[in-house]
Design a binder for this molecule. Structure first.
Ligand code: IPM
Ligand code: MN
Length: 353
């Protein structure tokens, strides 16, 4: 009998629904081939619902999301809502609520994809960033006082507990261990963040020495890391880093792998409910035009399958993306310049699973 997975689908804002539709199309093609089945339950979380009802994530929805096998997200972000409420109230709320403490972002240049880096190709650009996803400066610990007066001040503090750091490091070492070249680079800013950086640094070396002696350990300051990602991306295999640093370097990673159209990510709770999403955002100016690239959403769905334990089906989805790129039928990864519309790209990939 086919194995059935319960997937909560959050198409979200802007072009989110368009790319999620194509992701589902390719998921269904993989299901057919590998004898799986999916039940999808859609939730209309996002800017439109917020503007209409003032609701972000109702408690009833949170309770239902606790019962699914995985969550598939399009994008959150609405041009008529100021930055903050949707990102914090929906995206971070979900990540925190089900403790998706890992944000896994592959930086992989596929064949036939253009990178802005001169003389670098798929061999040089192939690594993984593991970003801590529930803690650090993202928790919002701190506060403000005297708002609107000359005495005004505000703080938002980078906090990390040893256990938060350890659980993230453990996942990162395990990922590093799976690669041919076993090398994990810790990225932080310990020359300035002497307390929290030192906590990460000691935890990293202690765990590595005790539990993962076969994984080579390296350390880069985050500013230097942005430099090396551009100059020598081949130095990296697996990177582990704190939440804010990971947010920043994964956008750089997306650009060197060909842009937001191809950059996929997973918000992972290794023992719980994970959420997969293209990292590109809602691209409001392209909404409804069928110009947006669905490959990142398709790759995220492939990561979801891998995470659900369907490694073969997940790899087949990724391979279908590679074949679609190799076919030369997709002219560019940029919205509006693909030479195909969003649906046609989805059809092409689905036909190649
Ligand atoms: C990301 C995004 C989010 C983040 C925003 C939208 C809250 O930039 O997933 O990288 O900062 O984590
Ligand atoms: Mn980001």
């Amino acid at each position: 009998m086919a194995k059935t997975y319960k997937i909560a689908v959050l198409p979200g804002d802007g072009t989110g629904p368009e790319v999620v539709t194509e992701g589902r199309k390719v998921l269904d093609a993989a299901a057919k081939k590998f004898g799986l089945s999916f039940t999808y339950q859609e939730y209309d979380l996002g800017g439109d619902r917020y503007l209409k009802t003032g609701e972000l994530v109702p408690d009833s929805v949170l309770a239902e999301l606790e019962k699914v096998d995985s969550i598939y997200l399009g994008a959150i972000g609405h041009p008529e809502v100021k930055p903050g409420p949707l990102e914090v109230g929906i995206l971070l709320r979900l990540r925190f609520h089900v403790e998706q403490y890992i944000n896994l972002r592959p930086v992989k240049l596929y064949p036939n994809v253009e990178t802005p880096l001169k003389d670098k190709g798929p061999k040089e650009i192939n690594f993984e960033i593991i970003r801590e996803n529930c803690g650090g400066i993202y928790t919002g610990a701190g506060g403000a006082a005297h708002k609107g007066t000359p005495l005004e001040y505000a703080t938002q503090v980078m906090t990390y507990s040893r256990s938060e750091v350890d659980r993230c490091l453990r996942f990162a070492f395990q990922r590093a261990q799976k690669r041919e070249k076993k090398q994990l680079t810790l990225v932080h800013k310990m020359n300035v963040l002497t307390e929290v950086g030192d906590l990460w640094f000691r935890a990293f070396h202690e765990m590595g020495e005790k539990e993962f002696p076969e994984v080579a350990r390296d350390y880069n300051h985050v500013d230097a890391c942005t430099m090396w990602m551009v100059k020598n991306p081949e130095w990296y295999e697996t990177i582990v880093t704190a939440n804010l640093f990971g947010d920043i370097i994964t956008d750089l990673g997306a650009m060197i792998q060909g842009g937001m159209g191809i950059a996929a990510g997973g918000n992972i709770n290794p023992d719980g409910i994970s959420m997969f999403e293209p990292i590109g955002g809602s691209a409001p100016k392209y909404t409804g035009q069928k110009k947006i690239n669905p490959l990142a959403a398709i790759c995220s769905a492939g990561m979801m399958l891998e995470h659900l334990g369907e490694a073969q089906a997940g790899a087949a989805m990724e391979q279908a993306v590679v074949k679609a790129l190799e076919s030369g039928k997709i002219k560019s990864l940029s919205a509006g310049r693909m030479g195909l519309n969003t649906e046609q790209v989805g059809d092409l990939v689905a036909s190649l699973v």
